[in-house]
Design a protein around this ligand. Sequence first.
Ligand SMILES: Cc1cc2nc3c(=O)[nH]c(=O)nc-3n(C[C@H](O)[C@H](O)[C@H](O)COP(=O)(O)OP(=O)(O)OC[C@H]3O[C@@H](n4cnc5c(N)ncnc54)[C@H](O)[C@@H]3O)c2cc1C
Length: 600
Amino acid sequence: MAEGLAAVRSALMRKNLNVDANEWRNSVALTGHVSSWEQYMEAGYAAAGKGYEAVVNDLTVEGVVPFKPSMPEPQNPIDPDTYFDAVVIGGGVIGSAIARELTRWDITVALLEKENDLAMQTSSRNDGMVHPPFAVTPGSKKAHYNQRGNKMFAQTARELGVSLEWPGMLMLFSNPWQRAFLPAIWQRIKQNEVCGVEFWNRQRVFKMEPNITADQHGGVFLPDSGIVSPYQLTVAFGENAVQNGATVLLNTVVTGFQMEHNRITHVCTNRGLIQAGVVINAAGVWSDVVAGYANDRFFTIHGRKGTAAILDRKVGHTQRTILSQPRFASHSHTKGGGLVPTIDGNLLLGPTAVEVPEREDYSTNASALEFVFDHHLKLNKSLKRSDIITYFSGVRACTFEEDFVIKTSDYVANLVHAAGIQSPGLASSPAIAQDVALLAVKALAAVAGRAIQPNAAFDPCRKAPPDLRGMSLEERAALIRRNPSYGRIICRCECISEGEILNTIHSLVPVQSLDGIKRRARAGMGRCQGGFCTPLLLEIMAREQQINIAEICKSGGHSEIALQPTKNAAVDCASEGAGSAALALSAANNSRRQEDYNAG
Ligand SMILES: Cc1cc2nc3c(=O)[nH]c(=O)nc-3n(C[C@H](O)[C@H](O)[C@H](O)COP(=O)(O)OP(=O)(O)OC[C@H]3O[C@@H](n4cnc5c(N)ncnc54)[C@H](O)[C@@H]3O)c2cc1C
């Protein structure tokens, strides 16, 4: 290790960074003060890859106040005797998939999520691509899990009743000289065992995509590129976990651990203590902070923000495949983004990749949008800026090693990490969940001193609500005859019925906010972004959940939508009956709605 330390120190010196480096367990820890976030990042990367497992970057940065996770409003306390064999921290796609895998075993499982719904952070703020294992570094954990996860997706989506399509990805050469990279591309395809890849000449590319701009010089087609709704997938994992006995605790923030020797005994939360057999850290951008609660912070997460724009569904038909351009720069940490068809028929433009100190910074700005317009909009000549209906940002949870952290802790017997799950985390999720659940069950068996038996009653198939968009007119008519609520259209833009909204409210993981309905049923996702359906959705929520309309939030916290009754109408629809409320909607919430298409 001493050699590694010398290498780290000289790399830091070469960059003129006045930073101290010391060994900490199997990692290298950086301390000191730097003048900018760029220097913080430079130091982290300079220390990576020098023989240590990971970099712990503890540098303080001029003008950057360490950020804390957002917290929910005070919640009901949890019964102090509560015990779960397995406690999963983080209800993103990774934690939800792990919770489902754990229910294959005869154990009690809890999924703890600090926000008011599943998929509120990175898992709802991404491109929804099931990447082929092309852009990942050969031999990395990312490559391993991307490859396995991609292969598992078809079966997983079938079991969960989640729509999945395989439009394939066309990596376009916008200059003739880019073809010189073909040998390197073929080598990568071989190393990562990417299946069915073909080189397409200009004619074939135009035959498949007649709307692409003229200055294209052929491209590489990767058929194993899929698309899925990331939040519907996450919720489906969560619902199937609940169906198999798991408990989902929303608005529940893990704030620390109680330890005995090298073991976590209790998980401390904003709602009290939970006794735990084994703990799984799937806390996304906060996973290093959660590891730190058990004195096991051997890696550092830094946020890499991605901004993307969504185009109107009316231009969705202008493209069949995912269009992208290859990234050849060795320092590039993005797959490059592109023009991606979504499973719901929109096109998605982006994302960018910008290092940010704030891990929950979901703001969008003009320069990020200019970047995606300049780089990607031009690929399809039938698109205009005015086709954009909204935009959003997400933050990737990256380590300086640029790889996933998937392992049982070396120092805490009952802690398993599923951390640093940046892209392609969604594509890798089924495979990550499989391995992490096995690690957790092994750790649980060891600390509990008992064999863990499979759950004979486990059912991998989610009881999914009817998917009206996949139905013929006859099937729809038959469904409406059985249940007329499927015939009452609430969201005109997306043609979403009351029945579909009721399914989200009465789901196994019920929605708690307007954005929850939007993510799950698509009501409010269309061109008008909820302008017409919001009052109707509020009335339905109030009626079904027996609450006052003024209590309903757009997205948790204090994001109440209705301010006061107008025209003498009653705000309390639960008691007055739906349909009567004339509402004063919060202007702040209306403008925010424009910004965040995906998660709010
Ligand atoms: C712009 C963008 C585009 C992307 N596109 C793709 C793509 O096309 N394909 C792909 O495969 N991947 C993509 N990714 C990556 C993918 O989104 C992530 O890999 C994946 O969502 C990570 O899931 P996660 O569950 O680890 O994290 P998250 O979804 O962030 O979940 C972690 C959860 O933990 C919760 N949490 C944190 N701390 C606590 C605590 N103390 N207590 C309780 N709960 C806590 C958080 O609230 C959060 O919900 C993209 C990412 C971005 C940003």
